[in-house]
Design a protein around this ligand. Structure first.
Ligand SMILES: [Zn+2]
Ligand SMILES: [Zn+2]
Length: 201
């Protein structure tokens, strides 16, 4: 299934039904961040199951599960790492016909509330944000990953490169990467991920 995950809430909003259900699998998840279209990659089709109950007024409650195996990059050598997540969903929702796209808002209680307008609710942004919040900020494919040479980009897990000789071997700490300022200083391309969030307005 490559379509975005949707749940039909028309009958719940009209109070002709108490709840609505949706389930399926997602090959990946497209979402927007600051107007930019981004993709969360999954190592295998990710099953989701969602049900929404009317609570009265404009309030509803979403519960369910989502089990993606997120493909992230090793923070040192950039190779793909599969990160399995088992997410339990439970989120208060509010129907606001004036809302643009669905978004998460923090209620006075500190709880997040999913605000939406269209009864054809696209769950992409919600599932993406929930996944990103649960995923680790950075992963290593192996605790002892040696990373890439900063000079030539060679994967040092596959053996030394010509620049290796310029850094005394005893100074290279396998757990933390090479000492700061050396040619093989630790790289952390995932530092940028710390800022990654689904837009909240
Ligand atoms: Zn690695
Ligand atoms: Zn090198």
């Amino acid at each position: 299934m490559t379509d975005s995950p949707r749940i039909h809430l028309g009958s719940v909003l009209r109070a002709s039904s108490d709840d609505a259900h949706a389930q399926g699998t997602l090959d990946d998840l497209q979402y927007e961040q600051g107007g930019e279209k981004l993709t969360l990659r999954f190592a295998q089709p990710a099953p989701f199951e969602v049900s929404v109950n009317a609570l009265g007024g404009h309030e509803l409650y979403l519960q369910g599960s989502f089990e993606p195996v997120v493909v992230m990059e090793c923070a040192r050598c950039l190779r793909d790492v599969a990160v399995p997540l088992d997410l339990t969903l439970g989120t208060l929702m509010r129907h606001d016909p004036s809302a643009d796209a669905p978004y998460l808002e923090e209620a006075e209680s500190g709880e997040e509330v999913l605000v939406f307008s269209s009864p054809e609710l696209d769950l992409s942004a919600y599932l993406a944000e929930t996944t990103l919040l649960a995923a680790p900020l950075s992963v290593l494919h192996d605790e002892a990953c040696k990373g890439l040479c900063q000079v030539c980009g060679h994967d040092l897990n596959e053996g030394p490169c010509a620049h290796m000789a310029q850094v005394p071997v005893e100074e290279i700490d396998d757990a933390l990467g090479a000492p700061e300022g050396s040619l093989h200083a630790k790289q952390n391309p995932f530092a940028a991920l710390a800022d990654l969030k689904v837009p909240e307005e």
